[in-house]
Write a protein that binds this ligand. Structure first.
Ligand SMILES: Cc1cc2nc3c(=O)[nH]c(=O)nc-3n(C[C@H](O)[C@H](O)[C@H](O)COP(=O)(O)OP(=O)(O)OC[C@H]3O[C@@H](n4cnc5c(N)ncnc54)[C@H](O)[C@@H]3O)c2cc1C
Length: 400
């Protein structure tokens, strides 16, 4: 039983079908009829079309899975049953919960991106900035660990402003020690240089304290900036599922095989777990770990590998070609930053099973050259999944 029609849920279906073959009967439960490919939400404010969506029913059918369009309301682990929002119950042998997280606005007076609907139109945002000292400020709130989309909308806004010949100052405020430092110091240095070349102002080790009509105040030190249009990432809350354990934020605690701590035969993967970095590639790696464990338990597949997180990110930068290449060292191995592909297929969410499936469905056989994106890949320190709460992703990882 797989709950959730996001990337973690679909990866679970695909991995289980591959690893356990016809020995498993699969059911997918999700309230929405479609998978929303969230990384491409960054293109919506720029009128580049709505983010990709994929109908779940045919994907499930193709893999021989039953699709139930319902929301999970609770789990009864002792009975091996889930409850759905129509009051019905369904039995499971193994359950994989991939219910994602919920966005919560983090900063009053700011435009929250992303939100449930189109948060802003870039052209309108840039026009409004004319009345606010010609400044647009993109803010990463404290507690957000996946800040890449904020850098993307800042870079794309800068590009749009220069295309339109508008005089707008773009700034980024972030609690990170350096931009995208989670990828390591060399990749971060490459991003810093990219921002400098684009004329994007950067305030690191800082957050926005207040958005006022008269101006913006930053922490620490009540540093005052002039007025600005502000776009901020939201915070995330966990799904808080009745019958399953949750931490203070509502996230489901898992171990390095994606097993829910203290609950027999229940697994969880993706943004809804207590793994601190809420990222699609990592979500699918957790789903793969869960599928391997389940397959092995029913006598299929090799001994399961624990979840070894590798962070892969493709930074959309706009249409300027910037040649960057760097080797970075994460806690668990070498990292790289490059304009060449670092993984295949070259999807924003790198996933063993889901990426090839979605890539196959695309019209063109060969991808466009990666002119507009910077790929970064780094193995994360293994302590990060052994003791997720010890993680401080906003400080630079150690460099060998
Ligand atoms: C703007 C933006 C850009 C991003 N860029 C990248 C990127 O470049 N690379 C990358 O790897 N990641 C990126 N991410 C992160 C990535 O999108 C998420 O980490 C990923 O979507 C998490 O997948 P998930 O399956 O855990 O959750 P979700 O994608 O949130 O899916 C959750 C699913 O569970 C369902 N659900 C919710 N509640 C219930 C319930 N009660 N019962 C049943 N089903 C339920 C939902 O309907 C949904 O189908 C980005 C995210 C955003 C917002």
């Amino acid at each position: 039983m797989i709950v959730g029609g996001g990337v973690a849920g679909l990866e679970s279906i695909l991995a289980l079908r591959d690893l356990a073959g016809e020995r498993v009967a699969l059911t997918l439960v999700a309230p929405q009829p479609e998978l929303l490919y969230k990384p491409l939400l960054v293109e919506e404010p720029f009128d580049l079309g709505p983010a990709e969506r994929h109908a779940l029913a045919p994907l499930a059918e193709e893999k021989g899975a039953r699709f139930v369009q319902r929301a999970l309301t609770g789990v009864r682990p002792d009975e091996h049953e889930i409850e759905l929002d129509d009051g019905s119950t369904v039995e499971y042998d193994y359950l994989v919960v991939c219910a994602g997280g919920r966005f919560v606005p983090a900063l009053e007076g700011a435009t929250t991106f992303p939100s449930g609907e189109l948060s802003f139109r870039a052209d309108e945002l840039l026009d409004r900035a004319a009345g606010k000292d010609h400044r647009v400020l993109f803010a990463v709130p404290a507690g957000v660990t996946w800040s890449l989309p904020l850098y993307e909308v800042a870079l794309m806004s800068q590009r749009r402003a220069s295309q339109r010949g508008i005089d707008v100052k773009i700034a980024i405020v972030t609690p990170e020690a350096a931009p995208l430092v989670i990828f390591g110091t060399a990749a971060s240095a490459a991003v810093t240089e990219l921002l400098r070349v684009r004329g994007i102002e950067l305030f690191v080790n800082s957050t926005v304290r207040e958005v006022g009509e008269g101006g913006i105040t930053l922490r620490p030190g009540d540093r005052a900036l002039g007025p600005a249009e502000v776009v901020a990432l939201p915070l995330m809350e966990g799904p808080g599922i009745d019958g399953l354990p949750a931490d203070d934020g509502g996230f489901i605690p898992i171990d390095d095989r994606a097993r829910v701590k203290g609950v027999e035969d229940v697994y969880a993967a993706g943004d809804g777990t207590n793994f601190p970095i809420k990222q699609g590639g990592l979500a699918t790696q957790q789903a793969d770990a869960a599928a391997e464990d389940i397959a092995h338990r029913i006598g299929e597949g090799a001994a399961p590998e624990p979840f070894r997180p590798v962070l892969r990110g493709k930074l959309l930068t706009g249409d300027e070609s910037v040649n960057l290449s760097a080797e970075i060292a994460g806690g668990g191995g070498e990292g790289e930053a490059s304009l060449d592909y670092l993984w295949w297929p070259p999807h924003k969410i790198s996933a063993r099973y889901l990426a090839p499936l979605l890539y196959h469905g695309e019209a063109h056989e060969e991808p466009e050259p990666p002119r507009h994106a910077l790929d970064v890949e780094v193995a994360l320190p293994k302590e990060w999944h052994e003791e997720p709460t010890a993680l401080d992703p906003l400080s630079p990882p150690e460099v060998d």
